[in-house]
Design a binder for this molecule. Structure first.
Ligand code: ATP
Length: 469
C-alpha cells in the first residue's frame, strides 16, 4: 500500500471530490467564483461528522463550555471596536501592467526582489493595506450609517453575548463559549482548493480565565487540539507547532501557536491557538458603554476576564483529513484508490449490496439486511446505505473512493444453500464467495484490506459494532 507522492495529490483529491459528490466549485455553470466551494452530499456528511466530533469534544463532553449560534451580518460598531475595520488587512501589491493583485507576503522571494509580476512579468506597485472584510448595507438606504460587515471570524458574536451568557448561567471562571459558523474574508489570492477560501467555517471557543491563569488554560487547549487532530484521523506526523513571532501575530494576541500541516503546497497553518488577553471585552465595554466585567463571587472583585482562543477551520480540517486518508494500492491486479477515513467520519459506514441487481429475491433480502442495520444504527453517528448501482466491482470501487469502511453483500448463499459449489459466482464476486458459510449469512468486506468474511445475519450487527467501537 503506498501513499501518493505529493506532486499531483491535490489534483487527484480535487477530482475525486467533484466526481464523488464531496465538493463542487460554486456557481460552476457560470464559470465559478474564486474562493467559493459548495459541499455535495458526501462532503456535507464528512463535514458534519468533523463538526459533530469537534462539538462533542469541545462543548458537550465538558461542563465548562456553552454553545451559541450568532448572526453572520455584523454591526459595524462591533468590528470597529474589535479593531477589524481599522486593522483586518493584508498587504497587497498590484501589477501596473495586468492590474492583478497579489498578497505581498506570499510572492516568490526572487521575483519579489525584482519587483516583477508572477503572471505577466510587469512592474509591481508598492504594497498597500487591503481590508479583507466583505461589506454590505442593512436596510433600504446605502449610506455610511447602514454599513455592516459579514463577520471575518465567529469570535465577535461570542464577545457580544458574553454578558448574556453570564447573566443566564452564572458560570464560574474558567468557562468558555463556543460556536461553529461561517466567516467571510475577501482574500486577495484565494487558492489551494479549500485551504484559502472567501466564505469559510470556523469552530471556535473563547475561553474566559482570570489573567493569572491563562498559561495552564493555553496548555490545556493545546492538548485538546492535538487530541482532536488524532480523533479525526489527520496524520500527526505532518503536524507541527509554530510559535508565532510578535510581529506576525494578530493585533489582539499576546501569544499565538499555529498548528501547521504539511500540505502538498507547503507547510501551512491548519489551526490557531491565541491568547487574546482582555483586548476584546475591554474594547467592547468601552465602545458600547456596557459593563462587561465579571463579578468574582469568591473574592468579591470585578475583573475583566482574559481569553484563550482555539480556532479551527472546518475546510482546512476537511482537506487535511482527505490528504491523510487518500491511499492508492493494488487489489486483484488492479489499481485502487481508497479513503482510509476513520469510521466515525466516513459519509457511509456500511453499504449493503445485493450481488445481482436483477434478482428480486437477492434485492429483497439485501433490503431486509439494510433495514436491520439501519434500525440498529438509527440513533448513532453511523450511517447505512443501500447500493445496487452497476456491477459489484464498480460498487466496491465507489465505496472505497468515498471511504466506506464496510460493504455487506447478499448473495445466493444468503437465501438458499446451494446443492453444489458454483464457480461462476466466485468469478462474479472476485474472490471466494464463501459458499461454505451456509444459509442466512452475508459477505462483509473490509475497506482497507479488501478481505471478505462470511458472517451470519444474526451476528452481523454485533460484528460491525465491535469493529466500530
Ligand atoms: P492565514 O494566515 O492562513 O490567512 P489566519 O492566521 O488569518 O490564517 P486565523 O485568523 O487564525 O487565520 O483563523 C483561524 C482559522 O480559520 C485558521 O487556522 C484556519 O483554519 C481558518 N481560516 C482562516 N482563514 C481561512 C481561509 N481564508 N480559508 C479557509 N480557512 C481559513
Amino acid at each position: 500500500m503506498t501513499k501518493e507522492p505529493q506532486d499531483n495529490l491535490m489534483e487527484k483529491i480535487v477530482a475525486l471530490c467533484k466526481r464523488r459528490g464531496f465538493i463542487y466549485p460554486s456557481f460552476d455553470i457560470y464559470g465559478g467564483l474564486a474562493g467559493f466551494y459548495d459541499y455535495g452530499p458526501y462532503g456535507l456528511a464528512l463535514k458534519k461528522n468533523i463538526e459533530n466530533l469537534w462539538w462533542k469534544q469541545f462543548v458537550t463532553d465538558r461542563e465548562d463550555v456553552f454553545g451559541v449560534d450568532t448572526v453572520e451580518v455584523t454591526k459595524k460598531e462591533v468590528l470597529e471596536a474589535s479593531g477589524h475595520v481599522g486593522g483586518f488587512a493584508d498587504p497587497m501589491v498590484t501589477c501596473e501592467k495586468c492590474k492583478k493583485r497579489f498578497r505581498a507576503d506570499s510572492l516568490d522571494q526572487a521575483r519579489d526582489k525584482q519587483g516583477k509580476c508572477p503572471e505577466c512579468g510587469g512592474k509591481l506597485g508598492e504594497p498597500k493595506q487591503f481590508n479583507m472584510m466583505l461589506k454590505t448595507h442593512v436596510g433600504a438606504s446605502e449610506d455610511d450609517a447602514s454599513v455592516a460587515y459579514l463577520r471575518p471570524e465567529t469570535a465577535q458574536g461570542i464577545f457580544t453575548n458574553f454578558k448574556n451568557v453570564v447573566d443566564s448561567f452564572h458560570p464560574k471562571l474558567s468557562f468558555g463559549i463556543a460556536q461553529i459558523g461561517k466567516a467571510f474574508r475577501n482574500e486577495i489570492a484565494p487558492r489551494d482548493f479549500l485551504f484559502r477560501v472567501r466564505e469559510l467555517e470556523q469552530m471556535e471557543v473563547e475561553y474566559f480565565v482570570k489573567e493569572g491563569e491563562w498559561k495552564p488554560a493555553f496548555e490545556m487547549w493545546r492538548k485538546e487540539i492535538h487530541s482532536f487532530i488524532t480523533a479525526i484521523g489527520i496524520d500527526g506526523n505532518k503536524v507541527s507547532e509554530l510559535e508565532v513571532a510578535e510581529a506576525d501575530r494578530a493585533h489582539y494576541s499576546k501569544r499565538t501557536i499555529d498548528f501547521e500541516f504539511e500540505f502538498p503546497f507547503g507547510r501551512k497553518e491548519l489551526y490557531g491557538l491565541a491568547y487574546r488577553t482582555d483586548y476584546d471585552l475591554k474594547n467592547h465595554a468601552t465602545a458600547s458603554g456596557v459593563d462587561l466585567s465579571y463579578m468574582d463571587e469568591e473574592t468579591k472583585e470585578k475583573i475583566v476576564p482574559h481569553v484563550i482562543e482555539p480556532s479551527l477551520g472546518v475546510g482546512r480540517s476537511f482537506l487535511a483529513v482527505l490528504l491523510s486518508a487518500y491511499t492508492e494500492d493494488e487489489m486483484n491486479g488492479e489499481k485502487r484508490v481508497f479513503l482510509k477515513l476513520k469510521p466515525a467520519l466516513a459519509p457511509i459506514t456500511v453499504a449493503v449490496f445485493p450481488l445481482l441487481k436483477n434478482k428480486p429475491e437477492l434485492v429483497a433480502k439485501a433490503r431486509e439486511v439494510f433495514n436491520l442495520l439501519r434500525s440498529t444504527f438509527r440513533d448513532t453517528r453511523y450511517t447505512v446505505a443501500f447500493d445496487d448501482n452497476g456491477n459489484i466491482g464498480k460498487r466496491y470501487r465507489r465505496q472505497d473512493e468515498i471511504g466506506t469502511p464496510f460493504c455487506v453483500t447478499v448473495d445466493f448463499d444468503t437465501i438458499e444453500k446451494p446443492a453444489q459449489p458454483d464457480a461462476r459466482l466466485n468469478d462474479i464476486v472476485g474472490q471466494d464467495s464463501g459458499r461454505s458459510g451456509g444459509d442466512q449469512s452475508v459477505t462483509v468486506r473490509d475497506r482497507d484490506t479488501g478481505k471478505q468474511e462470511r458472517v451470519t445475519i444474526s451476528d452481523l450487527t454485533e460484528k460491525i459494532k465491535s469493529v466500530l467501537s
